[in-house]
Write a protein that binds this ligand. Sequence first.
Ligand SMILES: [Zn+2]
Length: 312
Amino acid sequence: MNFDRIRSSIDVERMQNARVTVVGGAYGLTRDLVHCGLASVVYIDYDRIEPSNAARQDFDLTDVGRYKAEALAASLKRLNPDVQVTFLLRNFCELSQEDVDQYLGQSDLLIFATDSFAAQARGNIEALRLGKPALWIGLYQGARAGEIVYYSPGVTRACYRCICSGRYDAFERQARGEAAPPVNVPSTGGTILDLHLVDAIAGQIAVGLLTAGAPNRMGRLIGQLDQRNLLQVKIDPEYTLNGRDIFGQYLGNHPAQFSFGNIALPMEPEPDCPDCAAIRRAAQEAMPCEQSSNDTSHATPRADRSRSGSSA
Ligand SMILES: [Zn+2]
């Protein structure tokens, strides 16, 4: 593949030496990362392609009945025969610790585009344990808005659980049999246009994480975002979160503000986060001179509880 015309924006060499593990969904995004030079992909998904998938995902009717992971692997090979693709027809939540260490432990970025809350939650634990950058992509109910959460070790302080703590609370309330907002919202209503809109922004961040520090605009992205590791994307012009116009709140209500834009919100960690508090404390103890940054004096926004992944 000839990357000459993207080298001024992307450190293609870094992309060619990088490996990304994708859990569910993100078919178009995974292809886009290969367009950007990514040369090694581990894909974990056990779904088969159904006729309804061709209307919403990057598959066609000739793929119906095949495993999504298998069809994606073939598609990536057509795009760039040099790409290394490993696909696991497995449920991510059922992988052994050895599997996780073998595949995720050898990766430079983990992408969770599944609509399974359990998989998202395990992804956070494993990303923190392995010290790997990670990205979670999802659509809110009816695909009226999208969400991207990312974690960059040593850069972002809030983990996925800190940012989506309301979703964890709802999951625990449901487990106790109490009424709670749904945590696994079906992505029905989400079109391929919605998926691609959110995936395109997630892809910028993925390349930013993989090439952080490179002397170009993609390499500068993660430093520029700093602690703004929750991005929400407006899709339905009339979207509100529990009656609150969260986009208008930050972007104003000028008539030029319509839709398809995003907000990138600075996030602070939850002091007692069960997933990351101990890791943060250990890192602080290792660097006693590092200035502690636990300013939670301002209200930190939280992600929409009703969401679903960009898969299925
Ligand atoms: Zn946390």
